[in-house]
Design a protein around this ligand. Structure first.
Ligand code: TYD
Length: 137
């Protein structure tokens, strides 16, 4: 999506069921997520100081959740950058297509869950920043 802006990306609050035994948060297609989830993957055991991401997607929509610990997500539409701190398991960051993203500052033991709108496809990636800027023109 060439025209997308970082302002199209937003934090979403999930249902949270609190109980003396602990909490449950829930995400359902058609309710809390504005796309059908077709894939889930998670990043874990990320060594201190390492970055993830560093690419954009042409069609993929994603919801990024810090299910444990914390990290930052920096979004870039080629014009404006926005950085979000993800540190609550009941919140998620909606990332629309055509946004360059970088994930940094992973706390020790953090887990980054990503819910995605499509199966994995390398063709959907833009992995070179100059190509991304060209794509957004
Ligand atoms: P990538 O999305 O580049 O990682 P990150 O954005 O977290 O830094 O994925 C790294 C590699 O993992 C990629 O080259 C292929 C593999 N992979 C899959 O096979 N399936 C998937 O769904 C994902 C997300 C990655």
């Amino acid at each position: 999506m060439k025209e997308s802006k970082v302002f199209d990306c937003t934090m979403i609050e999930f249902d949270k069921h609190s109980h003396v035994k602990g909490n449950i948060s829930v995400i359902e297609n058609g309710k809390t997520v504005p796309f059908d989830i077709r894939r889930a993957y998670w990043l874990y055991d990320i060594p201190g100081g390492k970055s993830r991401g560093g690419h954009a997607h042409k069609d993929l929509r994603q919801l990024i959740v810090a299910v444990s610990g914390s990290f930052t997500v920096t979004l870039d539409d080629g014009n404006v950058k926005r950085t979000f701190l993800l540190n609550r398991p009941y919140q998620g960051l909606l990332v629309v297509p055509g946004i360059w993203r970088t994930l940094d500052d992973f706390s020790s033991g953090s887990v980054c869950l990503v819910l995605a709108s499509h199966p994995y496809s390398e063709d959907d990636y833009i992995r070179n920043y100059e190509d991304f800027i060209e794509y957004k023109k």
